[in-house]
Design a binder for this molecule. Structure first.
Ligand code: SF4
Length: 410
C-alpha cells in the first residue's frame, strides 16, 4: 500500500507525485482498483468536499470545421451524421443555457467549431454572454472558440467571460499523430493567452486515442504546469465517420485509473469527467464521482448524454451534492491565486470531447508494486486488459437542444 499511502499524503499536501508514481497508478490491477479510488477520493474530499460542479454545454456552431482533429466528429471530411448549423443567435443560446442552469448547472460552456474566432465572432459571443448574464448574473461563462489571436482573450474577458477552454488533448510527442492543421504549441499558446488575460484556464485531455501511459502522464503534467484551473478528462467517443472510429481502447476500470492519476497530479484542481462518461464508465460512473468533482450535465456537443435527471439522481444516490452558485469551486488558495492573476503551477500555494466539450506487478495478495517496476512489468497486461468491446450502441448523435426544434436535455 506504499504507493497509495504516498500519493494520498502528497495529494493532501498539494505535492506533485513523481512520473513513476503516476505511471504506477495506471498500472494497478482490478484487485487494487477500489483502493485506488478510495485513495483518490480522500484527496478529492480534502479539496472539494462532496460537491459536484455541473457544467452545461451549448454548441453555438456545429460541424463544418476546416481543421482535421482525428477524434472530432466536426472535423474536415467527417462523415459522422452530426447536426450541422452556423452561429446560434444570442437569444437562442441563452434559451439553451437557461435549461442547463434550471437543471442545476453553475457554468455554461459556449463552444463553436472552427480553427479560431474572427473578431466578428468575438462580437457575437460577447452578445451571447450578455444575454446569458442578463438573465442570470451569477452564472460562470466559459468560452471555447478555438485558437485565439492577439487581444481576443482580453475582449472576451471584458465581455464577461470567466474562463476559456482549450484542451491540449494529448502529449506533445503524439500531437502530430492526431492533428496536422495546427500544433501542440498553438494550443499551449492559446491557453497562455487566455490565462494572461485573466480568464480561468480550462484545459484537458482525451484518453483512448491509442496513446501510451507515458503520453497520458505527460499531458497531465503539462496541464498542471500550464496552470489549468479545471481539467476536463474526455474519453474518446469513436464516432463512425471519423478516423478513430475503431479505437475502442477503454474499459470502465481503465477510465477510473486515468481519473485517479489525474487527481493525484492535480489534487486541488477541478477534475471534470467530460465526453464519453456514459459510453466508457457506464455503470461505474458513480465511482468516477469519488475522484472527479465536476461533470457535464445532459448532452455533449454532438452526442447525447444520459438524461439530466439521471445525472442528478446519480449524484444524490452516491451521497454527493450539486455545487451551488454561491459555493466556491476551487479551494481558497487556488481561487485567490486565480483572482490575483497567479496561475502558477507546481506544488506551491499558487500551484496548479474535444475542442470543448479505462496487473500491477504485485502478487495475489493484492499488494502494490514498486512504481517503476510496476509500470514496466505490466504494460502488456494493461494494454490487453484495457481493450474494450466496441459499444457503438451507446453512441447517440445529438438530435435535441441547440440547433434543433426539440427541448434541450437538462
Ligand atoms: S476539435 Fe475543434 S478545431 Fe478540431 S476539428 Fe473539432 S471543432 Fe475543429
Amino acid at each position: 500500500m506504499d504507493l497509495l499511502d504516498t500519493l494520498t499524503a502528497k495529494g493532501l499536501r498539494r505535492e506533485l507525485p513523481t512520473r513513476e508514481e503516476a505511471l504506477a497508478v495506471l498500472a494497478t490491477t482490478d484487485d487494487e482498483l477500489l483502493d485506488v479510488v478510495a485513495a483518490a477520493g480522500k484527496v478529492r474530499r480534502q479539496w472539494f468536499g462532496r460537491r459536484v460542479k455541473l457544467n452545461y454545454l451549448v454548441n453555438l456552431k456545429s460541424g463544418l470545421c476546416p481543421e482535421d482533429c482525428s477524434y472530432c466528429s466536426q472535423r474536415l471530411g467527417s462523415k459522422a451524421e452530426i447536426l450541422k448549423y452556423t452561429w446560434l443567435k444570442p437569444e437562442q443560446a441563452a434559451e439553451a443555457a437557461a435549461a442547463g442552469l434550471a437543471g442545476g448547472a453553475k457554468r455554461v460552456c459556449l463552444v463553436a467549431s472552427g480553427r479560431g474566432p474572427t473578431d466578428r465572432d468575438i462580437d457575437r459571443v460577447a452578445d451571447t454572454i450578455a444575454a446569458i448574464k442578463d438573465a442570470n448574473e451569477q452564472v460562470e461563462v466559459c468560452a471555447c472558440l478555438g485558437l485565439l489571436s492577439d487581444n481576443q482573450a482580453e475582449r472576451l474577458k471584458a465581455a464577461g467571460a470567466d474562463a476559456y477552454n482549450h484542451n491540449l488533448n494529448t502529449s506533445e510527442a503524439t500531437y502530430g499523430d492526431i492533428t496536422t492543421t495546427h500544433t501542440y504549441a498553438d494550443r499551449v499558446d492559446t491557453v497562455q493567452k487566455a490565462h494572461g488575460a485573466g480568464l480561468s484556464a480550462c484545459s484537458g485531455l482525451i484518453a483512448g486515442m491509442g496513446e501510451s501511459d507515458e503520453d497520458l502522464v505527460d499531458v497531465v503534467f503539462a496541464l498542471r504546469d500550464l496552470g489549468s484551473d479545471s481539467v476536463p478528462v474526455n474519453f474518446l467517443i469513436p464516432f463512425e465517420g471519423t478516423p478513430l472510429a475503431q479505437e475502442w481502447n477503454l474499459s470502465p476500470q481503465r477510465c477510473l485509473r486515468i481519473l485517479a492519476m489525474v487527481r493525484f497530479v492535480c489534487p486541488d484542481i477541478e477534475v471534470r469527467i467530460a465526453g464519453g462518461r456514459e459510453v466508457h464508465l457506464r455503470s461505474l460512473q458513480p465511482l468516477g464521482l469519488e475522484i472527479a468533482n465536476s461533470i457535464f450535465l445532459g448532452d455533449y456537443l454532438t452526442s447525447e448524454g444520459q438524461a439530466g435527471q439521471a445525472d442528478l439522481d446519480m449524484i444524490k444516490d452516491a451521497g454527493f451534492t450539486v455545487e451551488g452558485a454561491d459555493e466556491r469551486t476551487l479551494p481558497r488558495h487556488r481561487a485567490d491565486a486565480v483572482a490575483g492573476g497567479c496561475g502558477g503551477a507546481s506544488a506551491s500555494p499558487c500551484g496548479t470531447e474535444a475542442h470543448a466539450c479505462g496487473t500491477g506487478g504485485c502478487g495475489p495478495c493484492g499488494g502494490h508494486a514498486e512504481p517503476a517496476e510496476a509500470a514496466a512489468e505490466v504494460k502488456d497486461l494493461i494494454e490487453a486488459e484495457s481493450s474494450d468491446e466496441a459499444r457503438t450502441d451507446l453512441v447517440r448523435v445529438r438530435r435535441r437542444g441547440a440547433g434543433t426544434e426539440l427541448a434541450p436535455n437538462a
